[in-house]
Design a protein around this ligand. Sequence first.
Ligand code: SF4
Length: 353
Amino acid sequence: MSKEDLFRSIDHMYMSPAPHLTMEFQGGEPTLVPELIKEGILYSESKREQTGKSVTYVICTNSVNIPDHLLDFCSNYNVVFSTSLDGPEWLHNTNRGKSDSYQKVIAGIEKVRDAIGEYKVSALMTTSELSLDHPKEIIDAYRANKFNSIFIRSLNPYGLAKDNEDWPRYFDRFVEFYKIALDYIIEINKSGELFVEELTTMILKKILTPFPIGFVDLQSPSGIVNGVIVYNYDGYVYASDESRMLAENGDYKFRLGKITDNYESIFYGRRVQEVSRVWATEYIAGCSECAYLSICGADPVRNYSTQGDEYGFRPSSTLCKKNMSIINHIFHLLDTRREELMPIFQRWITGVE
Ligand code: SF4
C-alpha cells in the first residue's frame, strides 16, 4: 500500500461517526513494512488528538521476525498483536505445512509479551478438518502457552478454502467439536481456573445483557460496512475482509470504490445501497421469523459466496445451520444446567473473577 493511500484511508476512518475505532493492519505480513505501520500510527495519532476519538491498533502477524524497533515503537501506543496458533506443535505445523512454524510463533508471542506486556498479544486458531478430532489438545495447548481464552471458530468458505472442503459435513463436525470443546472448558472452569470461550461469551452477552458486541459475524445490520471496512493495498475499498478475499480470486462483487473516492460515495454509494437491502435479519426471509434474529447476524457476503446470491436461502445455508445449532446448544445449557453454569458464564461476560 502506498503511503498516500494509507493516509487517505486514515482520513476516511476518522470521518466515521464511531467514537471508538480499531485500525487493523493486515497482510500478507504487515511487519515486513514496519516503517509504514509506524507512519500510519503517527498520522492516526495526530488525527486522534484533533477528534478526541479513542483508537486501538491491531497488528495481525505470523509473529515471525517482528522487528525490535517496531515493538519499541508500539509500546508507546495502544497497540495489540494478533497471531495464529492452531493448537499443539504437531497440529499447528501440519496445518501450516511447515516443520518449524510452531516454534517461531511461540517465540514471537513471548517476544511481544516481554516487549509490550503479557496481555498485548492474542491468538486465533484455524480449525482444519484435522483439528476437529482434537478439541482438548488444542485447548490444552492454549493453556500451556499462558492464554486464558480461546475463540472456537470455524473455517469460512472463502478464498483458497472454498473449493477444498465438503462444507456441510465440515460444519456438522464443527458443531460437535464446539460442544466437546465447550464441555471441556466448562470442566476447566469448575476446577477453579478461569478460561474463557469467546464465541459462547459473545452469544451469552447477546442473550443475557442489553449490550452490543463488536463481532462482525453476529450483527444485524450486518458487520460489513457498518462495523468493518477494508482499505486494500490495490487502492480499492472492500466491504469486509471476506470481500477482499473474494477479490483475490477475481470476484469484485463487494468492491465499494477507490480509496481516492470521497467518503460519501463509498459509504452511501450505489453498491452499499444495494447490499443494505439484504443486510438485516429483521427483513430477510427465514431470519425475520426466527427466534434467534436478535442473537444471530446477516451476512450477504457469505450468502453470495456459498449460495450464489446476496439474499441467501436459510433452509440450505450452512451458516444458518451452524449458528442455530450453537445458539440452541447454549440455550439448552442455560435451561438444563443453569445453577451450575451461571457463575461461570457471569465471570466470562463480566470479566470479574
Ligand atoms: S439462525 Fe438462521 S434463520 Fe435464525 S437468524 Fe440466524 S441465519 Fe437467520
